[in-house]
Design a protein around this ligand. Structure first.
Ligand SMILES: NC(=O)c1ccc[n+]([C@@H]2O[C@H](COP(=O)([O-])OP(=O)(O)OC[C@H]3O[C@@H](n4cnc5c(N)ncnc54)[C@H](O)[C@@H]3O)[C@@H](O)[C@H]2O)c1
Length: 267
């Protein structure tokens, strides 16, 4: 018996050229899904799509700036042209917005975070939900963050978009439940990626600031996020909608880092 979780599914993965999005695209393909890997960087999207094809899966790469409506519309059109339908949407793209309080953060940086992390998800959903409905139903998985559950100094834009994404997704689930479409967020915590290393400088600093070591004693891997995304996208999660799953190693269960440490590390 073929036990692949996502046989016959067609997934659009926005931010699929990134580390978490790429791991999700790879895992979905290994579970039998065809994947449209979408990213603002065509090079990164193509690298992931190629890795999937080399492993025997089906994937295409599509260049998409999720803050541009025409790009989002084009992505779903291209995915349907390639694979005949869309059943699954993952939104994993995000900007690396700078730090700053409301006085020092530029309005342009604030708008960019909202445009990409929040409106980008709205636009990808706007141009994909009709296709998922036409396929008879499916699943949306939006990647939020533990920073949507608690704040970090200087990160009002990023934290707000991630908190907003959780509520947006709850309403999406309510609106589309009658169409047999489930929608959930995943809130990754301290995941070991180049993005987090860039942000916090060293792994030691990253671990200290992000409260790693207090519960499971380690950072998470992109594969550990991808396995929860595969679960949510599959029929194994058939009664799970309108909720958030924290993949954070207990970070939000026990946030014991001293604020002084956080301030020091976030600067
Ligand atoms: N790494 C972590 O520890 C962590 C923790 C919590 C949440 N997250 C979230 O997980 C997701 C993936 O993060 P990651 O760590 O893999 O980072 P990443 O930088 O590797 O991935 C983000 C991807 O989004 C793409 N992107 C940026 N702007 C875009 C745009 N306008 N249109 C389309 N694509 C765009 C980038 O090119 C990149 O490939 C993000 O939503 C991030 O907020 C990450």
């Amino acid at each position: 018996m073929d036990r692949k979780l996502l046989n016959g599914r067609v997934a659009v993965v926005a931010g699929g050229g990134g580390e978490i999005g790429g791991a999700i695209a790879m895992r979905f393909a290994s579970e039998g899904a065809s994947v449209a890997v979408c990213d603002i960087s065509l090079e990164k999207a193509e690298a992931v799509a190629q890795a999937i094809r080399q492993a025997g899966g089906a994937a295409i790469a599509v260049q998409v700036d999720v803050s541009k409506e025409a790009d989002c519309e084009n992505a779903s059109r291209v995915a349907v042209e390639a694979f005949g339908k869309i059943t699954t949407l993952v939104n994993a793209s995000a900007t690396a917005s700078p730090d700053g309080n409301v006085e020092t953060l530029s309005t342009a940086a604030w708008r960019e975070a909202i445009d990409v992390n929040f409106t980008g998800v709205f636009l990808m959903c706007k141009h994909t939900m009709g296709h998922i409905r036409a396929a008879g139903g499916g699943v949306v998985v939006n990647i939020a963050s533990s920073h949507g559950h608690f704040g970090l100094p200087g990160r009002s834009a990023y934290c707000s978009t991630k908190a907003g994404l959780m509520h947006f997704t709850r309403v999406l689930a309510i609106d589309y439940g009658p169409h047999n479409i489930r929608a959930n967020t995943i809130s990754p915590g301290p995941i070991d990626t180049a993005r987090s290393l860039r942000r916090f400088g060293t792994r030691e600093n990253s671990n200290r600031v992000r409260g790693v070591g207090q519960v499971l004693g380690r950072t998470g891997t992109v594969e550990e996020v991808a396995s929860v995304a595969a679960f949510l996208a599959s029929d194994e999660a058939s009664f799970v909608t309108g909720t958030d799953i924290r993949v954070d190693g207990g970070q939000t269960a026990f946030k014991g880092t001293a604020l002084a440490d956080i301030h020091q590390g976030a600067l």
